[in-house]
Ligand binder design. Structure first.
Ligand code: SAM
Length: 203
């Protein structure tokens, strides 16, 4: 990992570029290496506050961009924001309505508040990824793409196996902008098969 990716320099770079968080560089790299978002895609961002991924998404697509978070997201032109828990059926219904019937990409950078207890935190993080997958299966169009934040550990492989059931192409991807020593790994899932066990079909 080169020195330009140390915590402070990525943060400073993000702030001087006008991004709300250093995480913007993770999505930029994911997009550059994996081509997840196409120019007219409608995209749903789960766990979107403070909004740096939304800023990147708004630049990548002319389609609808919808961001959801437990915390309020400061208003952003061209982006719809929803305050709520994305695992809540009422919030999911609101997302469906805002999307108006077509979701091409779901990205999830959601993370639980950390307790400091490694295995417990990893289990909760993987659980959020599973929730994101289950919801994405109900809204994604066949052929759609997904990005899920996760963490390496014993449960990571289980999530990867689950994602593989629903997408034709799946890989784990570590970004250079992730903090040094972090187990953070993104699951890049492309080409949604169009069905999801135990969930409704796509919109
Ligand atoms: C790492 S931050 C996301 C940063 C964001 N990608 C950005 O670029 O600004 C993780 C977010 O996930 C949110 N989150 C965690 N669980 C959630 C849930 N069940 N529903 C909605 N948001 C959730 C947290 O409130 C937190 O703001």
């Amino acid at each position: 990992m080169g020195s330009q990716w140390t915590k402070d320099s990525v943060y400073r770079k993000a702030m001087s570029a006008g991004y709300r968080a250093r995480a913007a560089y993770k999505l930029l790299e994911i997009q550059q290496r994996n081509g997840i978002i196409r120019p007219s895609d409608n995209v749903v961002d789960l766990g979107a506050a403070p909004g740096s991924w939304l800023q990147v998404l708004r630049d990548l697509t002319g389609g609808k961009v919808i961001g959801v978070d437990l915390n309020p997201i400061a208003p952003m032109g061209g982006v719809t924001t929803i305050v709520g828990d994305f695992t809540d059926p009422l919030v999911q219904e609101r997302i469906r309505e805002e999307a108006g019937g077509i979701v091409n990409v779901v990205v999830c950078d959601a993370a639980p508040k950390l307790s400091g207890q490694k295995s417990y935190d990893q289990a909760r993080a993987v659980g959020l990824g599973e929730d994101a997958l289950a919801f994405a299966c109900t809204i994604l169009k066949p052929g759609g793409n997904m990005v899920i934040k996760s963490f390496q550990g014993e449960l990571f492989v289980d999530l990867l196996v689950e994602v593989r059931k629903h997408f034709y192409s799946v890989r784990g991807y570590r970004t250079k902008a992730s903090r040094k020593g972090s187990a953070e790994t993104y699951i890049i899932a492309k080409n949604f098969k169009g069905t999801c066990d135990g969930a409704e079909g796509p919109l």
